[in-house]
Write a protein that binds this ligand. Structure first.
Ligand code: PLP
Length: 361
């Protein structure tokens, strides 16, 4: 008899049956809980995006523009690239999947650093592919360790910069040196979901790098800086050749009508972007200070989230904070059981987080 699925799917950890916040609040008898668990924008969505979406709602009986012409043109202006080098996705998550479907053949293999964004492994294994992980060194991606994992069968490499969940970022020279060293038949996916939050000017930027390495595919998203996680829109850029192959595999209407309109408007919402960056930087300063006063260790970040080492283990703290209406992320599945990850919230949310953590500790 044929087996129902393949080894990769059998090995994947079943998705925890999460509940919506409203349901959790009802069960726990709490109200006004705050969520600092998914690295979202605490200010809400870009107001200009919301207005653009409202205007488009009446066109929902039509399929979206399958080529994403206007959004890609707008992005092209922003990035200084022709539209042939840009691709849109139903969130950048979809593009992670598309890379695998387009470029990974049977017997070929993927490399990542770990802990990193869990979706890479999920997508590779789900597609029946093999993935190996190079351990981080002091919470940073260790490019030498990544290099060691490369074999003649390695086809795709995932580098998340800055890295989720550690918030650390590779410098331009580091990444450039690495790209010069690796075999040039490997597709390097540089996931820059959080690049706009970076304050260190030496940090690598895919826009400068992909001209140096022809098989570099850079991923970005509207989910974080622009506050549009629920809309599902992300994009990638690369050489025309890579984008052409991915377009052959891509579903024609993957970027939906409202998402395209919202994203175009969000790119013009300079005030919202500036406010977001300010809230994040001020929030980080406040949170670092509060944690420092409590004697807790944290990993300084280049993003809108960071790791905190907690005395009784991340899972325990997660559960106890949850009962107080503060939702954080425990890091067990990332192999960091002593840590929780939080994203920066609004000032009052950051204060409540610190207050609650003090209380339960
Ligand atoms: C590293 C990383 N890449 C990609 C994504 C997914 O973004 P999107 O909402 O665009 O699918 C996330 C979201 O948490 C992320 O942390």
């Amino acid at each position: 008899m044929k087996s129902l699925t393949h080894k990769g799917v059998e090995e994947l950890i079943p998705y925890p049956p999460g509940k919506p916040i409203e349901e959790l609040e009802r069960e726990l008898g709490i109200r006004n809980s705050i969520k600092l668990a998914s690295n979202e924008n605490p200010l809400g969505p870009s107001p200009m995006a919301v207005r653009a979406i409202m205007e488009k709602v009446h066109g929902l009986h039509r399929y979206p523009d399958g080529s994403g012409y206007y959004l890609k043109t707008r992005l092209g202006k922003e990035l200084g690239l022709p539209i042939e080098q840009i691709i849109l996705g139903n969130g950048s998550n979809e593009l992670i999947e598309l890379v695998i479907r387009t470029f990974l053949s049977a017997e070929e293999h993927v490399v990542q650093a770990f802990p990193t964004f869990l979706v890479y492994e999920k997508v590779v294994k789900g597609a029946g592919g093999l993935i190996s992980s190079a351990p981080l060194s002091d919470f940073r991606i260790d490019l030498d360790a990544v290099f060691e994992k490369i074999t003649p069968k390695t086809k795709i490499l995932f580098i998340n910069n800055p890295n989720n969940p550690t918030g650390s970022a590779l410098k331009r020279d580091q990444l450039l040196g690495f790209l010069k060293k690796i075999p040039n038949d490997i597709v390097v996916v540089l996931d820059e979901a959080y690049i706009e939050f970076v304050t260190d000017e030496g940090v690598a930027n895919g826009l400068d790098l992909f001209k140096e390495y022809p098989l570099l595919f850079v991923l970005r998203t509207f989910s974080k800086l622009y506050g549009l996680a629920g809309l599902r829109i992300g994009y990638g850029f690369a050489s025309e050749r890579l984008i052409d192959y991915m377009n052959r595999v891509r579903q024609p209407f993957n970027a939906n009508l409202l998402a395209q309109a919202g994203a175009i408007a969000a790119l013009d919402d300079k005030e919202f972007v500036a406010r977001t960056l300010q809230v994040v930087q001020e929030g980080l300063r406040y949170l670092y200070r509060g944690l420092g006063e409590m004697g807790l260790n944290y990993i300084p970040t280049q993003t809108n989230f960071f790791l905190i080492k907690v005395p009784s283990g991340g899972k325990e703290i997660y559960n106890r904070m949850l009962k107080e209406g503060v939702i954080v992320r425990s890091m067990d599945s990332y192999g960091l059981p002593e840590y929780i990850r939080i994203n920066v919230g609004l000032p009052e949310e950051n204060e409540r987080f610190i207050r609650t953590l003090k209380k339960i500790l």
